[in-house]
Design a protein around this ligand. Sequence first.
Ligand SMILES: [Zn+2]
Length: 119
Amino acid sequence: MAGMASREIQTPADRPPRGEGSGHVPLRSCVGCRRKRPKQELIRLAVDPLGTVILDAPARAPGRGAYLCRDNGVECLKAARRRRSLSRSLRVGENVIDPEVLSDQLAGLVKEEPSSPPP
Ligand SMILES: [Zn+2]
């Protein structure tokens, strides 16, 4: 007797999003290990008005930016320097990148992380 046809409702939601900025977590790739990660797991590097590459922790500096893994920044910085991908994505010369200053700051960021305190 029941004459109700059950229809399947189709949602257009299972289509994979194209590109970025569609309400999802924005992914950026690390210039060192090339891994794609959510922005908050990366640290931004930018070029300051003097042309020096700086760590842009608040990610507020205007202009071009490059990203390195926050938890592995020192290693990723090394990898980025080896393949010159940092200077390439920031459009600067290798000579304005001071690896010692940057890895020092990157190491400081990792220390600040209270995720696993030593006993
Ligand atoms: Zn990385």
